[in-house]
Design a protein around this ligand. Structure first.
Ligand code: CU
Length: 297
């Protein structure tokens, strides 16, 4: 019952912040299907520039109707309509226009895979330390957050799709406003950019301001790309950057809770978690602290 209330609260918060519907925009998307995940109604497409929206890039896209995926295979060239509404993006009208051999991923940007990638952290395992720079340009080690329960996610500020990194930002903004004073003293929100070339401290500071992030509660980190990739990979974050265009970033999403001793508690995969779930899990992590959620007034 309680978690149901939290969940409703989170939904109400999201609904209230995003109530103004923007008109939907449609764009023509042309590219090659790299992979298809039918159960998640998702396909990854390497596509050319979408004028007025984003440069050429490789990204996962969702469909509302999984019948659109019928008959598609990796390597297919497609022409599709990308629909963008304020908080959602999806493909409609996918037409197969041809077939081409799949390019091998560049050797300098391997996607960590289950067999060759770094060892994934298990719940209860200590998170290894790493060095970062925060939005004020200060050096920050991960270990410096010890003593606080950390909710951490990985994004890049130029992410063009509302349902990916910008959704993580909106969820974190909801978390920030849902923690009461006492809980806020014990919980740290941490957003790590995996695009440090673009996301300098100055860019992150502007981004934080736009999100109304309270610097005493929510920290943004950037730093050395290799160090960030190594750190992020331990949570299952996979990032690959095209060698010819650094803005062409393919990535997945991971959000984690880490306890005050620096041990991994839980990993949320993808973009389907809700702030309400995280608040419920946080309550378990710091149950003895009188942890509370701000009441709806
Ligand atoms: Cu993104």
């Amino acid at each position: 019952m309680r978690s149901h209330l939290l969940h409703s609260l989170a939904i109400a918060l999201i609904a209230s912040c995003c109530a103004q519907r923007q008109p939907q925009n449609t764009y023509r998307l042309q590219g090659q299907v790299l992979s298809i995940e039918a159960p998640r109604k998702t396909l990854t497409i390497k596509h050319s520039e979408i004028k007025g929206l984003m440069p050429a890039m490789t990204m996962p896209y969702t469909v509302k109707d999984d019948r659109l995926l019928n008959g598609l295979t990796p390597g297919d060239l497609v022409d599709a309509t990308l629909v963008i509404v304020s908080n959602d993006a999806y493909l409609t009208a996918i037409t197969k226009t041809g077939q081409a051999p799949l390019e091998k991923p560049p050797a300098d940007a391997p996607m960590p895979s289950a067999s060759s990638g770094p060892k994934l952290l298990e719940p209860g395992e200590e998170v290894p330390n790493a060095s970062f720079v925060d939005q004020d340009g200060r050096k920050r080690t991960f270990n410096s957050f010890k003593g606080s329960t950390v909710v951490m996610t990985f994004i890049y500020t130029k992410c063009p799709l509302a349902t990916f990194c910008p959704l993580m930002d909106r969820h974190f903004a909801t978390l920030q406003t849902s923690l009461d004073e006492d809980a806020a003293k014990r919980v740290r929100l941490v957003t790590v950019s995996f695009d440090p070339a673009t996301d300098t401290p100055r860019v992150l500071k502007q981004h934080a301001r736009a999100l109304k992030a309270d610097p005493t509660r929510w920290t943004f980190l950037t730093g050395d790309q290799n160090e960030i990739d190594r750190f992020a990979a331990r949570f299952g974050v996979a990032v690959s950057r095209a060698s010819n265009d650094p803005r062409d970033i393919t990535h997945n999403l991971r959000t984690v809770i880490i306890d005050a001793e620096g041990k991994l508690v839980k990993t949320y995969v993808g973009n389907e978690w809700t702030p309400g779930q995280v608040l419920t899990d946080l309550r378990d992590v710091i149950r003895d602290s009188g942890f509370g959620i701000r009441r709806a007034s």
